[in-house]
Every structure is written in structure tokens, then in C-alpha cells.
Design a protein around this ligand. Sequence first.
Ligand SMILES: [Cu+2]
Length: 471
Amino acid sequence: MINRRTFLSASAAGIGLAVAAPRRLLAEDGAASFDLIAGPATAPLLGSEGPASALWAYGGISPGPVIRGRQGDLIKVRLHNNLPQPTSTHWHGIRIDNAMDGVSGLTQDAVPPGGFFDYAFVAPDAGTYWYHSHNKSWEQMARGLYGPLIIEERNPPPVDREMVLVIDDWRLGEDGQIHTASFGQMRDWSHGGRLGNWLTINGVSTPDLKVKRGERLRLRLINCANSRILNLKLGQLAPLLIALDGQPLAQPEEIGTSAVLTLAPAQRADLLLDVTLEPGEEAPLTEVSRKDGIVVGNFVSEGISASGQAGRELPVLPSNRLPEPHLSDPLKLDLVMEGGAMGGMRSAVFEGKSLSMRDLVARGQVWAFNGVAGMTENPLARIQAGRSVVLNIVNETAWPHAMHIHGHHFRAVARNGQPVDDGAWRDTELIGPDEAVTVAFVADNPGKWLIHCHMLEHQAAGMKTWFQVAG
Ligand SMILES: [Cu+2]
């Protein structure tokens, strides 16, 4: 639970800083290359008057620098590991060469402390993506190892500005430090995951988001929390939803004043906001999972933009032209999620042996896919490249799960047995308790690809498997 008392006492201490955009690294055509250093850092999560929090971060800041390129660019990143643990970096949602996917133990060895790894990939799709640790991610991401990856369209839609809003919920102790004693706590792992008590946008609690009347903004929202599902209300701002998980919607959707935008862990949303706030007016961005709600940030109007784009004709985001799955004769796969608290799972196979729940708990494994906890030597499926896949994901647990498929975007084609027309392309799908979602995609990218719950404690406690696409 967000700790209201801590939240309020810190607000009363006078924070409410203007949010700083993350530092920016700009790719240029050709061979732009970046050095990305993962290492210890400090950040004023509690504001300038509180004690600085010790984090692990990319480039000394969390969120890490925006890595920005244009669609079709080659992006090269040398990851340097200055952490006390091995690490690797995953480029979430980007359909890249498997060898660059950054999954330690599957696509590469983790980079040891003092080591480095060269990532190089072409970004085929424009959109809002992100990068994060993919080794012991339940700890490394909770300590701050993530950042935005923004791929611009070749002809970006005209807006006055964009804001990248990276949202995280930290679990801090009374001393303002990352609560390390609760890492690995089985109660979190078997329930809803590690939920924090300190909500930030770009590392700042309840920041002022400065805007001007008449501006048209593109907001890029990224949920970097370990396990928290964000239910966001934008109220009178009433922006347009134009993309999910990096992929443009076929039709922009209005987010009405009472509508809730749900972002599960790892999900992103692009919004188009025409600012109508008069100078001096404010409008909150609120998290409404709890009855009283929590203000995440405040849009504050500080003037009028004479040349702003607000109210002009709406731009259309060009489609990334993902391959459309053929549903007439697909490879059909089932993935049944089991386990967790109140799930009734009695046993599961772990490392080749059938274990009782008690023995599974002793090994930190409390969730399973198709009766198997954790990674297996053999994949869920071996698939010929180019084959259409229909994956029926059934949630037989008492908890929601944010299912992420690496290397591919997919569309929901059915929900609880009811056909879905024209489902949005996603890389991460939120599936509620007792829900079943059938997704379809073309397995067109050779290599070994992970499927896992992006509630990172669920992933670590068994909810992961993989499939192989043969080239
Ligand atoms: Cu989960």
C-alpha cells in the first residue's frame, strides 16, 4: 500500500519540485553509440530537504537517460557494469535481434561487475519503449535500473513539446532508503508482488508539470514499477490516447474526464494533450486504485502559448506495419497460470522434479505455467519462423498478471471466450483473476524468447517460460 502518512509528511516538508525531463541521449543516423554505466547513485527521492536515497541507476540517475533514436536507426549501447552484482539490459518492446534482447541466462551471460557488453540493434518500430535490468530484475529494478527508449517517427506528428513521464513506486524505509530487508519476502512474491510506498514521476514525488494554455503535448507514460498496476485519472485534462506499448492505435480514443487509464507494470501509453488550463490553473494526475486516490503529479499552467498547436487538426500516427497473424490455421498454444496465495496449487514441476507446495516455497517458487515453475530446458514450443501463433492464456490464480512476450507484439483476439475485434497491439497484457485472454502474433523473429509475468516477483517465483523460433 502507498503509505499515506509518509506520503503526506514528506509533501508537508515542502517538496513538489518541477519535474525534470530525464537527460537525453540522441542517436544520429548511422552509428551513434552510447555508453551506459550501471552503478550506485544517489537521488533526492524525498525532495531536496530529505536525505538522499542510495540507488542503483543508469548514468547516475533514475530513470536513466532517455535513449532516443529514429525509426530504422542503428542504436549501439555499451553497457558498463559498475554494480556489485552481474547485470544485463533488456530493450522492452523493441523487436530486435535475439542476441541483443538482454535476457541473462537465455540470450546472453550476465555481465560481471567491472565488465561490459555491446548492444547494437536496429529499431524497426517508432514508439515509446524502455530499457531495464533483466538479471535479478526484482531487486535491480526496485533499486532504480530502468530508463526510457524513445524511437521517433521518420515524420513525427507536429506537437509543441513532449513529456516523458516515468512512473515508479519505490519501497522506502523511514530513513528514505530502499527497503532492502524486504527483498525476497515470500509474502510479496506469493501475493501481488513488491508494492512500494513512494510514488514518483521521473524520480520526483508529486511534481509540478508545467504547461501553457494552447500547447499540444505528447505525453509518453511508462510504468516502471516492479508490480504496481497504475489506475490513472487525468480528469479535466481529457487527453487523447494515441498509442499503447509503443504501437499507434488504429483510432485515437478520448479519455473522458471520469475515465481511468490502466497501466500494468511495463505498459506504456502515448497521449495527445491540448492544454486548455488558464494561466494559474492546475489539474492533477491521480492514481485512483484506492478510494481517496493519490495525486501523482500536477499539471500547472504557467502562461499562454501564442503559437501552440492545440485545437489544430489531429495528427495521425503512422502504423508500424506489424505482421498480421493468419487465424485460419495457426499454431495453437495454451498457457495456464497457477499458484500464488489463495490459488490452491498443490504441486508443480521445478527443475525436472514434481514438488509439493511446501517444497516449492522452500525454493522460492510459488507460481507455475502449465504445471511447471521456472525455466525449463525445453521450450514451450519450437516454431517455424513466419508461423502465426494463437496463445490462449488462462489465469487460474487469485491475482492479476501482466504477461509480457519478448521480441513480438501481439493482439488480443478473444477475451473470456468472446471474440475481440481489432485488439490493440501490445507487448504486455494485463490478465485479471479468472480471466482468459487469447492473443495472436506472427513468430517471425528467430531465437529464444521469454514469456513471463512482468510483476517481477511473480517472474522470479516461477512465472516464466520461453519459446524458440527457428530461422
Ligand atoms: Cu504475475
